[in-house]
Write a protein that binds this ligand. Structure first.
Ligand SMILES: *Cc1c(COP(=O)(O)O)cnc(C)c1O
Length: 493
């Protein structure tokens, strides 16, 4: 299977080159040339997560040999997760909750970012390259730490993470600025996530940055990299298999997934799973107050000209969902010209409207709901009081969307994706549950542990005592020249 840009099919490249490149040089995102893989979920009922991962990733990345994929999968998942099933699935009153936060940084990003460095180094070996891959990553909080952890001290790579200086939680920040590894940098940017993301995208096509690169290739660990997206397809299959095994659903039964959505990567992986034959009825987009996607699904107009809200679910505080471009591509039957024009309108006017028939294609598979912060806190409190299940604010947004979806009469089995450990957002979770929550994040973790009896994940427990290694802050206007300087540093003959 080959890959092409969403904006042009002129150049087809194999998966490993798409993994190295990240973003296509024309600004588009790489997509599989056809969505004609079929992956039979029926064979997975007694398979391990690793076996399912090997099968799913091999189906998309056909230029990697099977043994290479197996090694990547084992390096990623054999020892770094604190639950043997990697992604445990817990039934609750309204279906099931898929727990995606048992990895080293307690966020769902670990599922992809523990394996991406291995896929990248394997790609590198395949092409016998000598240059340094400079990974530039924008983060709204969770990607940053997961990428830093995944790439730390990985040969031939260097990683820089840019985060919005006021836009991440105290725990997320502490996780990033205490990162280890000789090849890592962490930079606070005065701006929001979209500013950080724009900076990284611009750097990929900036002549100034290009001139500074001698034997340095820039790539990205953001979900625009196909090497992150494909590993996320795995847990849709593993969850389905696990629900069949648990007797929650019958084989072949269509189920719905409700996904707390920011950059549209996670839910787009669900779309790929559906196209690869997983019995999925609908994909439900769950948003917080930054509800640009809810409006898009309802009206066909994507409009980012609106206030940006900083919420208690910061990883979804996004007004430009990059991976939506991939859906636009498939929903228009691969109309690269249309996608290019829509993206141009987005960058020039901040909005675009899709043709009616395309909107119909999208709404036949996707629904969207949003909830404000009060509703979010209420979901956290109710689930804890009624079922003693502790969820983080991002997961609560999904649970709220699921309730709204049910209220419209949908009865099929549904799974809410739980994307972060409640301990990552301990103060907000705690204050949703009790009146006397500590304002100190680490104190709040301990209080939450006492209240719930659920142990604090190992990676978060010792965070408080780690020394801060990074304290650089830059203006967003200075991003490109900072990056150019960094590339000069990494350059070699
Ligand atoms: C990144 C993230 C999301 C959003 O996922 P996308 O793939 O960007 O849509 C939701 N919840 C948490 C906790 C995240 O870290």
């Amino acid at each position: 299977m080959r890959y092409n840009s969403t904006r042009s099919r002129e150049k087809m490249i194999p998966a490993h080159q798409a993994v190295i490149t990240g973003l296509s040089p024309d600004g588009g995102l790489y997509v599989p040339e056809q969505l004609d893989v079929f992956i039979p979920v029926s064979g997975f009922t007694n398979a391990s997560y690793q076996e399912i991962a090997e099968a799913v990733i091999s189906s998309f990345f056909t230029d990697y040999d099977r043994e290479t994929i197996r090694n990547c999968v084992n390096s990623a998942y054999n020892s770094r997760f604190d639950d043997p099933s990697i992604v445990p699935v817990r039934p609750f009153h309204d279906g099931a909750i898929m727990e995606l936060w048992h990895g080293p940084t307690s966020a769902f990003k670990d599922l992809a970012l523990t394996i991406l460095p291995h896929l990248l180094t394997a790609a590198y070996k395949k092409d016998q390259r000598e240059d340094t891959v400079a990974i530039l990553t924008a983060t709204s909080g969770d990607t940053g730490k997961a990428a830093l952890s995944g790439f730390a001290d990985v040969e031939h790579t260097d990683i820089t993470v840019f985060y919005p200086s006021e836009g991440v939680s105290a725990v997320q920040k502490q996780q990033m600025v205490t990162s280890s590894g000789d090849n890592v940098s962490v930079i606070a940017v005065k701006g929001n996530f979209d500013d950080c993301q724009r900076m990284v995208k611009e750097a990929c096509s900036s002549p100034e940055v290009k001139r500074s690169c001698n034997n340095v290739t820039i790539s990205s660990a953001n979900s625009i990299n196909i090497g992150r997206l494909v590993p996320q397809v795995v847990y849709y299959f593993s969850t389905y298999a696990s629900l069949v095994k648990q007797g929650e659903i019958k084989e072949g039964e269509e189920i719905t997934f409700v996904v707390p959505t920011g950059n549209f990567g996670d839910i787009f992986a669900g779309y790929l799973a559906k196209k690869a034959g997983l019995p999925v009825k609908r994909l439900v987009i769950a948003s917080n107050d930054n509800n640009v996607l809810t409006d898009f699904i309802r009206t066909g107009t994507y409009n980012r000209n609106r206030p940006f809200h900083e919420t208690i679910s910061p990883s979804m505080d996004i007004l430009i969902s990059s991976n939506l471009e991939r859906l636009l591509y498939f929903a228009s039957n691969g109309d690269c010209e249309l996608v290019t024009s829509l993206m141009k309108q987005l960058s020039e006017n901040g909005q675009y409207t899709i043709p009616a028939e395309m909107a119909e294609v999208i709404t036949s598979e996707f629904s969207a709901y949003w909830c404000d912060q009060d509703m979010c806190r209420q979901e956290i409190r109710e689930l804890f009081e009624q079922e003693h299940i502790l969820i983080d604010p991002h997961t609560a947004v999904a649970v709220s969307a699921l309730h709204q979806y049910r209220a419209e009469g949908h009865k099929e089995y549904a799974v809410a994706l739980s994307t972060a450990s409640p301990y990552k957002f301990a103060q907000d979770v705690l204050s949703a549950i009790t009146a006397n929550a500590s304002q100190d994040p680490f104190e709040a973790m301990k209080q939450l542990e006492e209240l719930s009896g659920v142990p604090i994940p190992a990676g978060l427990a010792d965070l408080e005592s780690l020394p801060v290694r990074f304290n650089t802050t830059i203006d967003k206007e200075d991003g490109i020249s900072w990056i150019a300087g960094k590339m000069e540093e990494l350059s070699h003959d």
